[in-house]
Design a protein around this ligand. Structure first.
Ligand SMILES: *Cc1c(COP(=O)(O)O)cnc(C)c1O
Length: 398
């Protein structure tokens, strides 16, 4: 198991000189990924063609790869299925959970959730009609808001803007005490720190793989269904790949056994190949050591920026136990400041209205990069290098 992260940087292709603090949004390219995808294209698709579904194990990939993700998120074997996008997986988990808790119609979420999760819940409520409701409270109020009216909590463990981390064990316990089910969105957790789904008793979880898990743009999402629910959870998106016998071509849907029923359609084999190249790295990562290294980096960045940039306000919890693997600062000119940083090779991103966001991944970021990023940010702030019209023009993706 890898506990020393000084060697792992060499496993990624990163442009010379760039300090990449955005692996929480799009993970960098694993060096082995291009060859792995090329081999899948030329040797499997090119030579095996349709027979690759059997010969290259394409059909089994969504569950086989899910089992490799399972270790990172503390999930039981065969409880994680790959496919589709995170938004779709949120919808699937919500639809199943609501059906499993009849008599209750409220989905509870918080205002720190990523909007797509809220939009999916709104769309599902509209489809279900008759009294279904999404209730959104402040992140600090989630625990209190779980009462006997809640059918399911839909909580993203780490806030995409501030990096604030919810207490999964406490919220799950409270939800169960009140008769509610839980859905955990692990978009900013999987690959960021050890997650303990089984230990916490989580019911459903989902997440994406193109952030910390480096599967590349559009990489497949994952969904977790607790073993005790796997044969009760009925898929609302009942596609043929989640059928018990897809090649029987029955006219009626009959869900597959286990979490495999959450598959929908044909899996994205090329993206899964890229993800497998990344998981060759992740399979060896000691998650406890990763967390320790991540907290050392985020502590160092917070201390460095606070010592040199008095006009930036920390938006991330100071308590290490209450944050993920990112650090955010607020500034009214946050967008322009981030553009000035990007122009100088420090890549973070901006989230409206005023958040400068920096992700830290020990696999390819070390203390030296943190110190250089702090020095560049300090110079940008001290000399107001951001204060130019070019840096205020907003691009489509921020
Ligand atoms: C990144 C992210 C998404 C993105 O969903 P996609 O369907 O993959 O585009 C959704 N939810 C959360 C919490 C995220 O952080």
């Amino acid at each position: 198991m890898t506990t020393d992260f000084t060697q792992t940087r060499a496993l990624f292709d990163l442009p010379q000189g760039m300090i990449y603090l955005d692996g929480n949004s799009l993970g960098p390219l694993p060096s082995a990924a291009a060859a792995r995808v090329a081999a899948t294209v030329t040797q499997e698709w090119g030579q095996l063609l349709i027979t690759a579904w059997n010969k290259a194990g394409w059909m089994d990939k969504p569950m086989a790869v899910g089992n490799r993700i399972a270790r990172l998120i503390g999930a039981e074997p065969d409880s994680v299925a790959m496919g589709d996008t995170l938004s779709i997986k949120v919808y699937q988990a919500l639809a199943s959970a609501l059906e499993m808790n009849p008599g209750r119609k409220v989905i509870l979420s918080d205002s720190g959730n990523f909007p797509s999760d809220l939009y999916m819940a709104q769309g599902l409520c509209r489809t279900l009609g008759a009294g279904y409701e999404l209730r959104v409270v402040e992140p600090e109020a989630v625990l209190e808001a779980i009462d006997e009216s809640i059918a399911v909590t839909m909580i993203t463990e780490v806030d995409y803007r501030t990096g604030r981390k919810h207490d999964m064990a406490a919220i799950t316990a409270r939800a169960h005490e009140k008769g509610a089910l839980t859905i955990w969105d692990l978009a900013h957790s999987a690959g960021a720190f050890p997650v303990e789904l089984a230990k916490c008793g989580a019911d459903f979880a989902c997440g994406c793989t193109y952030k910390y898990l480096n599967s590349g743009p559009g990489g497949p999402a994952f969904i977790y269904v607790a073993p005790r629910h796997q044969d009760r959870a009925r898929p609302a998106l009942s596609g043929w790949q989640g059928h018990d016998a897809p090649f029987a071509f029955d006219l009626d849907y009959r869900p597959a056994r286990g979490a495999e029923r959450m598959r929908v359609g044909t899996p994205p084999i090329l993206q899964l190949a890229a993800l497998e190249a990344s998981l060759d790295i992740w399979d060896r990562v000691d998650m406890v050591a990763l967390r320790a290294a991540s907290l050392a980096l985020t502590d160092r960045f917070i201390a460095g920026v606070e010592a040199t940039c008095p006009t930036l306000t920390l938006a991330t919890p100071r308590d290490p136990a209450s944050r993920g693997s990112q650090v955010s600062f607020r500034h009214p000119e946050g967008y322009a400041i981030m553009q000035a940083l990007i122009a100088r090779g420090v890549i973070g991103d901006f989230r409206a209205p005023d958040i400068l966001r920096f992700g830290f991944t020990p696999l390819f970021i070390g203390a030296e990069e943190v110190d250089r990023a702090v020095a560049i940010l300090a110079e940008v702030m001290a000399k107001s290098l951001w204060d130019t019209p070019a840096y205020r023009t907003r691009a489509k993706v921020t």
